[in-house]
Design a protein. Structure first.
Length: 289
């Protein structure tokens, strides 16, 4: 089974590295060529010159791309060549788009699975990603060992789109939680507590502490917004949730409010920074003690 990877961003590059270490990757493609050339140099895996060349030389095509536009435009080139191939899309995109792309792939004699992930770049490096998969079960069984090169948990969720709905459940909570975390941190500091005291409350003493407070609160203390998961991606995920909720007339007030905060953070120039930088909205617009 020849495997090609399209998308060498924060996640894709590291997922690719894990695959190479298990001898499971045959070629890569990235829109900006320097990343695929860098990957070729670092790992000795062929950098393809186009999406078409990647698909033609692969049985399984993994995509790890930013958003609906990126996956949609890439799939326009993949679909006509997809006969007999399996596309595994690990990006977080709109489930409805993914379902319609999977249908087109099947009409061309191939299969597409949605396989979005829970976990940051650090968890990719530790091979501790959670991957939730939607689509044909037999194809899932076939490609499972590929996902297991980079994941500690790989779960089949059901038909096409199910993996993405499961992923959005996670990011609905995470998006709202990190806004509330920024609000709580700011509340404590403006009340006169030391940053380190607020950190201790949120990471060690709080009944609402979590792996997310452990990972992100130290970043608030040092105002280190180096990117694990970008603000623009969390904004995008909450927009997908709003779209899905609107289509079903489901109320989603918490994630709707959280979305506004990520948009404000982006207007402060924090789009590419880690999404915990949403704390800056509270910090910059509060009176200091
Ligand atoms: N980072 C995380 O912690 C994390 C966690 C869970 C899920 N995710 C999801 O995983 C996906 C990738 O995240 P990431 O952090 O790796 O993103 P990233 O670092 O921004 O990388 C995005 C990738 O998509 C490519 N791309 C963007 N627009 C494109 C277009 N129009 N056509 C073709 N390629 C395009 C980029 O190519 P260029 O290099 O040319 O820009 C790059 O390879 C996103 O859907 C994100 O929501 C991320």
């Amino acid at each position: 089974m020849k495997i090609g990877l399209i998308g060498l961003g924060v996640m894709g590059y590291r997922i690719g590295a894990n695959l190479v270490k298990e001898g499971k990757l045959d070629g890569v493609y990235n829109r900006s060529e320097e990343k695929s050339r860098q990957f070729e140099k670092e790992f000795g895996v062929k950098a393809f010159n186009s999406i078409e060349e990647t698909v033609e030389n692969s049985d399984v095509i993994i995509t790890m791309l930013s958003d609906d536009n990126a996956v949609g435009s890439t799939m326009e080139k993949v679909i006509p060549l997809s006969k007999g191939k399996v596309v595994v899309d690990m990006s977080t995109i709109s489930p409805r788009l993914s379902i319609s792309l999977a249908k087109k792939v099947e009409e061309n004699g191939g299969f597409m699975l949605d396989a979005p992930v829970i976990g940051t770049s650090i968890m990719v490096e530790q091979k501790k990603l959670v991957v939730m998969v939607g689509g044909n079960k037999e194809k899932f069984d076939d490609i499972r060992p590929i996902l297991e090169s980079t994941a500690s948990t790989t779960i089949y969720m059901g038909k096409n789109g199910s993996g993405l709905y499961a992923k959005l459940v996670n990011n609905l909570l995470l998006g709202a939680y990190v806004v509330a975390m920024g609000e709580a941190f700011n509340f404590g500091v403006t009340a006169g507590l030391e940053k380190e005291q607020v950190e201790e409350v949120l990471t060690k003493l709080s009944s609402a502490r979590s792996p997310t407070t452990e990972l992100k609160v130290p970043k608030l203390v040092s105002q280190d917004y180096s990117t694990q998961f970008a603000t623009k991606h969390m904004r995008k995920d909450l927009e997908i949730i709003q779209g899905e909720a609107t289509a079903r007339s489901v109320i989603t007030p918490m994630s709707s409010l959280a979305l506004q905060f990520y948009r404000i953070a982006e207007s402060l120039g924090l789009s590419e920074d880690d999404f915990c930088s949403v704390y800056e909205v509270f910090r910059r617009f509060s009176k200091r003690p």
